[in-house]
Unconditional design. Structure first.
Length: 41
């Protein structure tokens, strides 16, 4: 159990470290067209 707990903690710490050091890439805003669906009941 202790080994499992340690593995989960170290994995979460590694993910957190990688996320904080990740370069922010520019994103381009875009919008999707809306489609109206008519109910055929």
């Amino acid at each position: 159990m202790k080994l499992d707990r340690s593995a989960i903690i170290y994995t979460s710490l590694a993910i957190n470290f990688e996320e904080q050091n990740k370069e922010l890439k520019p994103t381009f805003p875009f919008s999707l067209p809306t489609i109206e669906f008519k109910n055929k009941t």
